[in-house]
Unconditional design. Structure first.
Lengths: 364, 371
């Protein structure tokens, strides 16, 4: 229709205002910290880009990668840290100790670095059963053995009863950058393919159900595992063609895609039908009113790879334990920059936006 | 998932989309309002807009129970949540809705004990588990959620739970629709009727829309195929010059509604003389409060509630947007004073509101039209 094809001056102006507002660096103006600041969405981004990066400074930090790069006498190292505050401490498929190893190992792995060593900080609550602590230390040791990393230093603090939910764990990790990788999140190019290393939403859903707040039971276990074997296989097969990898933890796959679309100023198109989701996860998400694309994973990564290497990369991934369901889910495009679009299985398209806060269920 | 996948089948969807295309008159612009926020959600989730011809426009209606709660009531809720010893419970998406002084999420961060529940029965359970605390349930929603609140209050009474009360902000669907239809500048051709509400009230209460205002209605379910079919039904009525209430959601919605649910509601609730709607102002007999028989469970009587009244900002034109009179970008404050981060009106509060959707996706929608 003619009146629609022409954008009025007023509308054009408004679109301009929105565009300018979007392009501005986030300002941290909130008066206090809310749970939304920890949810991995817009509020988290505001905190990082509006407070941490400008105040702490430094080019490496500003890259906002999963692990920072440091170079020591020619050796290329990756360095990262992460805290674990999961409740309950043990859940189907894993426990806080196992998570604390795998999570940090994965931040190194997706940065293209072979994990070498971790430090371990424990914040323990007064009254924590010694057996629970012992079980977690053993879980840490076992996960470290599997991931082939050493725990090389540690620290312990105890806080009064009522704090720290039993225990909090912080691990820092160091790894050696793999020479086969040449990663850069800002270098995504139109045509690049988006791969997912397996089915999504399992960790977050398992935790939600394990909290027992819903009278809902389902055979869903956390997917916590080291991603280094998958990264290793990928780099061996198509190393120079891998543009970027991210583990899709808090905020899920949707948050990773949005972050990178913004960083590279590209668009992404994702085919909903191609996204692997286990039926039990899809069912639980449907009942709880939550989209699995925003649910946390602890052993899944998103991989961006040059189109010509996509098939080979997929083969390599699928040969690794835990990645049998790896799939190509979409590709990088030019327009509209900074946005992630979904081709729904019903045949329509929609925008897959960044989370504003915690994914809260809708009432209707 | 069995029994659901059929209603998400892309091929069937394309067939109905083809039917819709055959029903529209070239050169005529159609505006169809989906009344219910649940429909708006499905429309975004499945990209249903994409399957419609450019001259069929969906207008998002006033049926998002979270967005219509006025700022003053959110502030009242926050005040209650801050009362010493109170555990304040509410549905998840209510926690993010801003009042004049922040949201319940922010109140939680500031130390109030605010907890998300999936059902009023969860709130009652929390009351039983914490006998030394007062548990308040912030009851919101249309006739869809009101029966579950009513049943919970009956159970609280039967079990003698003394530390449970309810801040009732339930609303009814017909009065706001009538208010919209009464406005002389309304530009709507038909309505997709609210499926969930209709499971309770039935199809009968919507008969006034064709009878008094000459607009067709199709009550619809929430799967993408349901919505497409209902759009086709409305367009077919327009094409054939018919005007009636049709029921696309017969598998769930009986014409007379759910009589048991209506009985329970009649016992536990009574109509407020008027209730304020965000963006629409005061509407007579549009809100529910606890009946005299249940007054002892009314949080607004049990506690001192400030009764905050925050006028909708004068510049806000949500009413006009809802009536389809103006587009979001034509509102005076859109994109400047009113943004998703700092919303003024109801249409910007929820990500599914017409203004928030345009703010976030408008540019994309434009590109789609040009293609």
């Amino acid at each position: 229709m003619a009146d629609q094809a022409v954008i009025s001056e007023r509308e054009q102006k408004i679109l301009g205002i929105i565009e300018t507002a979007r392009g501005k660096r986030a300002k941290f103006r909130d008066s206090q910290i809310t749970m939304a600041h920890g949810a991995g969405g817009k509020a988290t981004q505001t905190l990082i880009e509006g407070l941490f990066v400008p105040v702490l400074g430094g080019a490496t930090l500003a890259e906002l990668a999963d692990a920072g790069s440091i170079s020591v006498d020619g050796a290329q190292l990756a360095f990262t840290t992460d805290s674990y505050v999961v409740k309950p401490l043990r859940f189907p498929g894993g426990s806080i100790g196992e998570l604390a190893v795998n999570g940090t190992v994965n931040d190194l792995a997706v940065a293209g670095a072979r994990p070498l060593a971790l430090t371990l900080s424990l914040v323990l609550e007064e009254g924590l059963a010694a057996d629970d602590l012992r079980a977690e230390v053993e879980a840490i040791a076992a996960a470290a053995r599997v991931a082939e990393v050493q725990i090389v230093a540690g620290d312990t603090k105890v806080v009064e009863r009522g704090h720290a939910d039993g225990m909090y764990i912080c691990t820092s990790g160091i790894g050696q950058r793999d020479a086969r990788a040449s990663l850069s999140p800002a270098a995504l190019e139109p045509g690049d393919r988006i791969l997912l290393s397996g089915s999504i939403g399992e960790h977050g859903t398992a935790i939600m159900l394990a909290r027992g707040e819903f009278e809902l039971e389902a055979p869903i276990v956390s997917d916590t595992r080291s991603l280094w074997p998958a990264v290793d296989a990928l780099l061996a097969a198509v190393g120079p063609h891998v543009r970027c990898m991210r583990d899709a933890t808090r905020g899920g796959v949707a948050s990773v895609l949005n972050e990178l679309a913004r960083a590279s100023s590209v668009a992404m198109i994702v085919r909903e039908a191609a996204i692997p989701v286990a039926p039990a996860v899809a069912g639980a998400a449907e009942i709880l009113g939550i989209d699995p694309m925003y649910v946390a994973n602890e052993g899944k990564m998103v991989v961006f790879v040059a189109a010509e290497a996509a098939d080979e990369a997929l083969q390599a991934l699928r040969s690794v334990d835990g990645c049998e369901n790896a799939a190509e889910i979409g590709e990088v495009r030019t327009e509209p920059p900074g946005m992630v679009l979904v081709e729904t299985s019903f045949g329509g398209r929609r925008v897959m936006d960044q989370l504003v806060g915690d994914p809260l269920p809708r009432i209707c | 998932m069995r029994f659901v996948d059929e209603f998400r089948d892309a091929e069937l969807g394309r067939a109905v989309a083809g039917e819709i295309l055959s029903l529209v008159e070239p050169g005529r612009h159609y505006k169809v309002m989906e009344v219910c926020g649940g429909h708006t959600h499905s429309i975004y989730k499945y990209g249903i807009d994409d399957l419609l011809p450019a001259n069929v426009e969906l207008v998002h209606g006033p049926g998002c129970p979270v967005c219509v709660i006025p700022m003053g009531r959110v502030d009242d809720g926050i005040a209650l949540a801050h009362v010493e010893g109170v555990i304040f419970t509410c549905f998840g998406d209510m926690m993010r809705v801003p009042g004049a002084n922040g949201s319940l999420l922010e109140a939680k961060a500031a130390g109030a004990d605010v907890r998300m529940v999936y059902s009023p029965l969860d709130a009652l359970r929390i009351a039983k588990q914490n006998p030394d605390r007062e548990v308040v349930f912030f009851a919101i929603g249309f006739e869809t959620t009101a029966p579950s609140t009513a049943l919970t209050l009956k159970r609280a009474r039967a079990e003698g739970v003394k530390n449970f009360s309810c801040m009732c902000s339930h609303v009814t669907i017909v009065p706001p629709l009538r208010a919209l239809l009464e406005s002389p500048d309304l530009r709507l051709d038909g309505f997709i009727g609210p499926g969930h509400v209709s499971t309770v009230v039935g199809a009968r209460p919507f008969e006034f829309i064709p009878a008094d205002y000459g607009k067709p209605v199709a009550i619809a379910g929430f799967e993408p195929l349901d919505i497409l079919q209902a759009i086709a039904m409305v367009l077919r009525q327009l094409a054939e010059g018919r005007c009636e209430v049709e029921n696309q959601y017969k598998r769930v919605v009986p014409y007379e509604g759910n009589l048991r649910a209506l009985e329970v509601m009649a016992e536990v609730f009574e109509l407020r003389p008027h209730f304020e709607w965000r963006g629409l102002g005061f509407i007579s007999h549009s809100g529910l409060k606890l009946s005299a028989a249940y007054a002892d469970l009314d949080a607004e009587l049990r506690f001192e509630v400030p009764g905050v009244r925050v006028a909708d900002p004068k510049a806000c034109q949500c009413g006009e947007v809802l009536k389809g009179v103006i587009k979001p970008w034509e509102c005076k404050v859109f994109g400047t004073a009113c943004t998703p981060e700092r919303p003024i009106g109801t249409c910007m509060v929820s990500s599914e509101g017409a203004c928030a959707a345009y703010y976030n996706y408008g540019r994309f929608a434009r590109e789609r039209e040009v293609v």
